[in-house]
Design a protein around this ligand. Sequence first.
Ligand SMILES: [Zn+2]
Ligand SMILES: [Zn+2]
Length: 138
Amino acid sequence: MKTAENKSRALGLRFTKTRRKVLEILWQSHSPLGAYDILDRLQEDSRRPAPMVVYRALDFLIEAGLAHRLSSRNAFIGCSAPEGDHEAQFLICNHCGSAAEVEARPIAKAVEETAASAGFHVHQRVVEITGVCPNCQS
Ligand SMILES: [Zn+2]
Ligand SMILES: [Zn+2]
């Protein structure tokens, strides 16, 4: 949480109560959460906020590098290494839905070079690899 606060301060962004709560919910979960799962969990402590509030908090957290969006699941997950800037790769299990964040620099580099040679300007480069995790294999 300290890292999160420092990061948002460095970016000149306000770390509001909702943003903090959403980040806590993401970090407590071991699998990716959809926006409505997050809404349900927020509701446990207070009135159910408008979905827009959650989407805005998620945008903020992604922008600040504290969370990632998994397009293939339409879900969100807390970043496991928010200290540094990095490209995220995820190993997503089709059985239990867990998503492990890994850092494979060669992949990031290859994506960067491929995009650059096509003259393409990259915004997001989250790589999602689906399969079966070690727990589910046994
Ligand atoms: Zn990350
Ligand atoms: Zn699994």
